[in-house]
Write a protein that binds this ligand. Structure first.
Ligand code: UDP
Ligand code: MG
Length: 320
């Protein structure tokens, strides 16, 4: 029997959380009175998450699993989940129970009212460092400013999507994926429900240092905005304008006060400054170029090692 609701959970080294996740999901999902499935996507965990998924599947066939050949990343894991999930509505949630399953009935209720996307808005965040909270806040605001897609503020990946939205997402084959932007891009009727983001149930966050968060932010910006590229143009014009004034000043000084201008320091500073600006601009172009290269290579988004509860393998890009 095809499930009405699928819950997709990406799993990377979440062994201690999975049994509790299953227990809480059962409590909530059974209360809905609809057939459901839990799709756990093991993103190349180094602990025994895969073993736990196998056990849960053996115990309850509604738990299904997909295991990658290695760690491909959060966005890829979710994409695989969307590929395999069979529900009329699909819910994305984190394994660590930071997104409380108890919010799901509200999401389903809004979906029944006719909304195609019901996203969770983080009204508050519990148990996260000030650094994480500050960077997250700043990130959402910058993205909001410079991208053309109106990505709702303080919205993570915890959301419900109707089948037609899932189909649209699966038709977007882009490599450096940023789902939080792709879903608003799709359109249809979207609505938010506020919730309290909980502390992690066990284990630790995989996105807490700048090094772990930066690639995510850069993907987000480059996928939805040309602003960094335009920045080079703006900077070029402003610097040219400033130097035009500089040229006039220098000519004036030469004519009327020939001994006022001396020293190479000014020249050196100007050259270094421009050199810096040019290198930054090149770097920005490089970011976009690298992404174009990724697209051109057209490699599969992920490779599957093993599945539990699915008959056939579904490569990325397959729509139902
Ligand atoms: N995750 C994943 N692949 C990765 C990193 C994380 O599938 O390479 C999963 C992880 O298991 C969790 C979710 O993505 O279910 C969110 O990760 P985490 O809770 O560490 O991030 P945070 O909530 O702290 O931003
Ligand atoms: Mg988390």
């Amino acid at each position: 029997m095809k499930p009405t609701i699928s819950v997709i959970v990406p799993v990377y080294n979440e062994e201690p959380v999975l049994p509790e996740l299953y227990r809480r999901m059962c409590q909530v999902m059974d209360g809905l009175g609809e057939p459901w499935e839990l799709v756990l996507v093991n993103d190349g965990s180094r602990d025994d998450s895969a073993g736990v998924i196998g056990q849960l599947h053996a115990q309850d066939a509604r738990v299904k699993g997909v295991s990658f050949s290695r760690n491909f990343g959060f966005q890829e894991a979710v994409t695989a989940g969307l590929n395999y999930a069979g529900g009329e509505a699909v819910i994305l949630a984190d394994a660590d129970l930071q997104d409380p399953p108890e919010v799901i009935p509200q999401m389903v209720a809004r979906w029944r009212e006719g909304y195609d996307v019901v996203y969770g808005v983080r009204a508050s965040r519990v148990g996260e460092t000030w650094f994480k909270r500050f960077t997250a806040k700043a990130f959402y605001r910058i993205i909001h400013r410079i991208t053309s897609v109106k990505i709702p503020l303080d919205t993570g990946d915890f959301r419900l999507m109707d089948r037609r939205v899932v189909r649209a997402i699966l038709r977007m084959p882009e490599r450096n994926r940023f789902l939080r932007g792709m879903v608003p891009w799709v359109g249809f009727r979207q609505v938010g429900v506020p919730y309290e983001r909980q502390a992690r149930f066990a284990g630790e966050s995989k996105f807490k240092s700048v090094r772990q968060m930066l690639p995510f932010a850069v993907d987000a910006i480059t996928s939805f905005s040309y602003f960094p590229l335009q920045l080079a143009t703006y900077l070029g014009f402003s610097i040219a304008a400033v130097s035009l004034v500089g040229i006039l000043v220098v000519i004036g000084l030469r004519l009327f006060a020939p001994h006022e201008l001396s020293g190479q320091a000014t020249t050196l500073v100007a050259v270094l400054f421009l050199g810096g600006v040019q290198l930054i601009s090149l770097g920005i172009i490089g970011e976009y170029l690298g992404r174009i290269y990724d697209e051109v290579k057209g490699r599969p988004l992920y490779l599957v090692d093993k599945t539990w509860g699915f008959e056939e393998e579904r490569p990325a890009g397959a729509t139902d």
